[in-house]
Design a protein. Structure first.
Length: 774
């Protein structure tokens, strides 16, 4: 994850790599910290203040202020310069952290300053050396800035990113196995820095002491990997000159320089080393390859490198000599090689300030012919944009060693693959053996468990048999108790059923009594209703009788009027006929009498049959009406609420029937009147014809023919139309007036009986429903 200034498009800092990717990250609300979860599951918390480029910049240039300078005069004794550190653009800090202003005298001896002592960003190397000699070290707060200024780091972000993007070098994939570092972050930064160095120059992939050399700077610049890489690269280019000329052996030429200087300043100590067979690879090379990090504490190491970075690259070699000369007393007492090796690989009770002063003394007192300064080049900073090519090593050896390492690595990979295959096969064999052993053990355990369970099963069966016996005894007791309980329950149930039946009987008796009371009440209410209805019917009866009497009187009057008219008409006809008969022969009288007798008998028979048919018809109608009344009564029994409506409907139907019957009789009466009128006309025509033809016909043949015709006439026609009879009937009526009066009286009597029966039937149809309900 890279953080870029969007205004200047300059990379500020970077966290995470391709190998150690970031899964997710979050920035604190105030923007001071960044928490990231790496792909390997670790949690890293970064300080933005430490990562920001502004913090790692050196302080601004000093401001020169000349005080009390006389006009047009420049004197070294009167000229003073006030040096104040400018404000660095970074987060606010406490006032106590400000460095106090000091006034220094300026050495104005002309423009004698060397340009090589001028550093970027306004710092001067000579002045820094003066400060270093005065205080013995740089301020802790500004040490990193001063180092960056002294080393003139180019901060090539793009070039470093290209090296980092190449990933972890194959030579450092298993770095943790050789150098187990507790902090995973330090391990990743060290691995990334070493990989970048190996990608920069192939020699660094095979340099065994490179992790020891770079680790102090990795630990110091762990939050800024670019600065860490460039510091180590600058250190290798300048302070590690000629180290790789005898690769893969230690730098014999450099060790010879150290041995020559030691021989010049302390021959006794060198002779002691020679006597004990201690070479420079024992007392000098361990200090160089670790850069004193094994023998010094953190503060001592920082103080030492303040002086190393502020001086010529030969200062490092002089430090090795000074460390041995300052420790000559314990070294002279050592006699074993292991003691010497232990001494140069562990911390000792040695004052670093004494060592540093001794180094400065050696730098000044060492002759030029053996001084390392004459054999080492001056400081050269890294180039900007791209890093310089580093090829100060025997390329053929490195290439050969690279090929050998590649071959060894391939062989090792093949061996690892074969070993992995063998281990897998062995693991499979062991697993199969373990499975077989586990199977056999499981079978043995199952067999033992089966035997144990069989024994337990036998024991359980014995226990079950005993329990069954006990349960059988208990069951018998329970059955006996159950029988007793069932008997008691049965008796209790019978008693309960008897009580329930008695209660049911009492309830039924109460229900019967209640229903009897209700029926009596209904009968009493019905009787009262019947009495009231009887009174209503009596009133209706009297009303109907009154209406019938009125109608009968009207009918009788009409009948009397008709009868009188008929008598008058018959008398007239008889008078005409008598005249006709008087003109007829005497022999026809006997035949007429016989005809009249036959006609009278036939008429009487027709009247009797008519009366019988009417009687049967009336009985049948009466039966049908009575059946209909029964049906209506049964229907009214189911529909008590509509009793009155049914009665009224029945009366209205009966009234409609009577009116219809009256209309039919009126129609028959009108028809009879029309037939009578026709008969009168026919008789008149007949009389005229007979009068004219009476003399032309003989008596007996005509009588016989008339008799036969009378015998074969249909009885229905004789019953329906009385007015169509032969004129001889009028003779018979005239000759028998008593019989006609008797017949008329019977007819009126029958009419009155018919009306009486109809009234009685209507009365019964109104009374029967109430009687059937009771």
């Amino acid at each position: 994850m890279r953080f870029v200034n969007i205004q200047t498009c300059k990379l500020l800092f970077e966290i995470g790599t391709v190998e150690e990717g970031i899964s997710s990250s979050v920035i604190s609300p105030h923007g001071r910290y960044i928490a990231s979860i790496m792909e390997n599951g670790s949690l890293n918390v970064y300080s933005v203040q430490a990562l920001t480029q502004e913090i790692n910049k050196p302080p601004p240039p000093l401001v020169k202020v000349i005080e009390d300078l006389p006009t047009n005069t420049v004197s070294s004794s009167n000229l003073k310069m006030k040096i104040m550190p400018g404000r660095v653009q970074r987060p606010a800090r406490c006032k106590e952290s400000k460095i106090p202003t000091r006034v220094l005298k300026q050495d104005l001896t002309g423009d004698l300053e060397n340009k090589e002592n001028e550093l970027s960003e306004g710092l001067n190397k000579k002045r820094l050396q003066v400060l270093l000699k005065g205080y013995g070290e740089y301020p802790t707060k500004y040490r990193m800035f001063i180092w960056r200024s002294l080393l003139q780091l180019p901060e090539n972000h793009t070039a470093f990113s290209s090296l980092v993007d190449k990933g972890t070098h194959a030579a450092y994939l298993s770095l943790q196995k050789k150098y187990p570092i507790k902090s995973r972050k330090l391990l990743r930064v060290l691995q990334r820095t070493l990989s970048a160095l190996a990608h920069w120059s192939a020699i660094f992939s095979d340099t065994p002491y490179l992790p020891l050399l770079a680790f102090p700077f990795v630990k110091l610049f762990q939050n800024n990997q670019l600065i860490c890489f460039e510091v180590v690269a600058t250190l290798i280019v300048n302070w590690c000159q000629h180290w790789f000329e005898y690769f893969p052996n230690p730098p014999i030429n450099i060790l010879s320089m150290i041995e020559n200087v030691l021989a010049f300043h302390d021959k006794e100590l060198l002779q002691h080393f020679i006597d004990r067979d201690i070479t420079s690879q024992v007392y000098a090379w361990p200090l160089l390859e670790t850069l004193f990090s094994e023998v010094l504490t953190r503060e001592e190491w920082l103080r030492l490198f303040d002086n190393i970075f502020s001086n010529h690259p030969s200062f490092l070699l002089m430090t090795v000599v000074a460390y041995s000369t300052c420790s000559r007393a314990p070294l002279l007492n050592c006699t074993l090689k292991n003691d010497f090796e232990y001494f140069f690989h562990h911390r000792n009770n040695l004052d670093i300030n004494v060592v540093i002063r001794e180094v400065y003394r050696l730098m000044e007192s060492t002759p030029a012919d053996i001084h390392p300064k004459s054999m080492l080049d001056a400081f050269v900073a890294l180039t900007k944009g791209q890093y310089p090519i580093f090829n100060q090593y025997p390329k053929f050896i490195v290439d050969y060693q690279t090929r050998e390492w590649e071959r060894i690595r391939n062989d090792e990979l093949d061996f690892l693959r074969e070993r992995q295959t063998v281990e897998n096969m062995q693991a499979e064999v062991d697993e199969q053996r373990a499975k077989d052993e586990a199977w056999y053990q499981k079978q043995e355990l199952l067999r033992r468990a089966e035997e144990t369970r069989r024994e337990l099963l036998l024991q359980e069966e014995e226990k079950m048999a005993q329990q069954r016996q006990r349960l059988a005894a208990v069951k018998r007791d329970l059955e006996i108790k159950e029988i007793h309980l069932q008997d008691a329950a049965r008796r209790r149930l019978l008693k309960l059923q008897q009580d329930q039946r008695e209660m049911e009987l009492r309830r039924l008796e109460d229900e019967i009594e209640r229903k009897v009371q209700m029926r009596d009440q209904e009968i009493a209410a019905t009787a009262k209703d019947l009495e009231i209805r009887q009174l209503e019917l009596e009133a209706q009866k009297r009303l109907y009788e009154k209406d019938l009497i009125t109608s009968q009187e009207a009918v009788a009057k009409e009948i009397r009027e008709d009868t009188d008219a008929h008598r008058r008409k018959a008398a007239l006809e008889e008078h005409v006929f008598q005249k006709l008969l008087e003109n007829s022969q005497m022999g026809s009288r006997r035949a007429q009498r016989v005809m009249e007798d036959n006609l009278a008998k036939a008429e009487q028979a027709c009247l009797n049959a008519d009366w019988q048919i009417q009687t049967l018809h009336k009985q049948k109608c009466d039966d049908q009406q009575r059946s209909q009344g029964y049906y209506e009564v049964a229907t009214l029994l189911r529909e008590n609420r509509r009793k009155e409506v049914e009665v009224l409907n029945a009366m209205m139907e009966e009234e409609a029937k009577k009116w219809k019957e009256a209309e039919e009789k009126e129609f028959h009466l009108q028809s009879a009147k029309k037939a009578s009128a026709l008969s009168d006309a026919s008789r008149k025509w007949f009389l005229r014809q007979e009068t004219s033809a009476a003399l032309e016909h003989e008596e007996m043949p005509w009588l016989q023919r008339q008799y036969v015709d009378s015998a074969y006439l249909p009885q229905t026609s004789r019953l329906h139309d009385v007015s169509d009879m032969d004129p001889s009937t009028h003779i018979f009526s005239r000759n028998n007036p008593t019989e006609w009066n008797h017949t008329e009286h019977d007819l009126l009597k029958n009419v009155r009986d018919l009306r009486r029966r109809l009234t009685a039937r209507a009365r019964n149809s109104c009374q029967h429903p109430h009687l059937l309900v009771t």
